[in-house]
Design a protein around this ligand. Sequence first.
Ligand code: BV8
Ligand code: ZN
Length: 250
Amino acid sequence: MEEAQTLLAAARSVVVLTGAGVSAESGIPTFRGDEGLWKSYRPERLATPEAFASDPRLVWEWYAWRRELVATRSPHSGHVALARLCQDRPGVRLVTQNVDGLHARAASEIGSGAAPPLELHGSLFRVRCTACRYRAPHTASVDSGTVETLPRCPECGGLLRPAVVWFGESLDAAVVAEAFRAAEEAEVCLVVGTSAVVQPAAALPLSTLRTGGAVIEVNPVPTPLSQVAEVVLRGPAGELLPPLVEGALA
Ligand code: BV8
Ligand code: ZN
């Protein structure tokens, strides 16, 4: 922990990359964990444009379930620690693969003026139209009972979809460019709660390494990044992030 605090304290620019594991202690199941973030389907099958095209009701049922779940959960001490790091240290950029919006909620809880987290894969609480360019925040509950009750576009009547990036869909080019620029400039990439299998997010820490930076990993289990990490904090985010940030800000 000492070594990680020293590394983080000395870094003039930092990128934090988080995955589903950072929200596990808020009671939101991860993708590939044993409890599984889906009732009986795999995300690689449900979180795809093909699945939505063939059965929009089922896909919306899964997302409505996840939105309800997240709406009843709150950011934990790990999210708050990262929000504090972004607020108190210039040059820290938070990039997340998560679509649960908990980083943004933690930042507003502490009244942080830092830049909002970069949401690589979009958000559960934004929608976009499948037939026009309409997109907007959307937190109302979704009735996924029948296709007829699915949310419709107020502009053109087209079917609305969650504004998340599905497998096989490309990420927003500007968001990706900003994330990789930050990773290249970073002296430290702090990777928290990701199995580091989903691309292109998993390539971000490698960009930091390639330009001479160091990786710190926070995860209870080894990942492909563990052997290239300068420091590995083997444990849960909620327990490790507060002392890590505390020590780095001291
Ligand atoms: C793209 C939004 C191409 C939706 C998500 C082969 C076939 C098909 C595709 C591919 C392929 N090979 C590669 C690809 C590309 C594909 C991909 O990477 N697939 C993977 C599965 C191999 N990528 C894509 O399709 C991307 N798009 O490449 O476009 C393209 C290019 C040009 C032009 C056109 C197209 C899009 C990827 C985005 C997919 N969307 N989410 C939704 O959420 O519904 S990805 C999804 O996985 C989430 O965003 C999630 O965050 C992300 C990554 O998973 P993790 O966050 O790592 O979660 P996971 O459960 O895996 O791990 C949790 C970790 O936490 C574990 O390590 C665990 O140990 C740890 N943990 C547990 N508890 C704790 C903890 N850590 C700390 N504390 C704890 N308490
Ligand atoms: Zn529309």
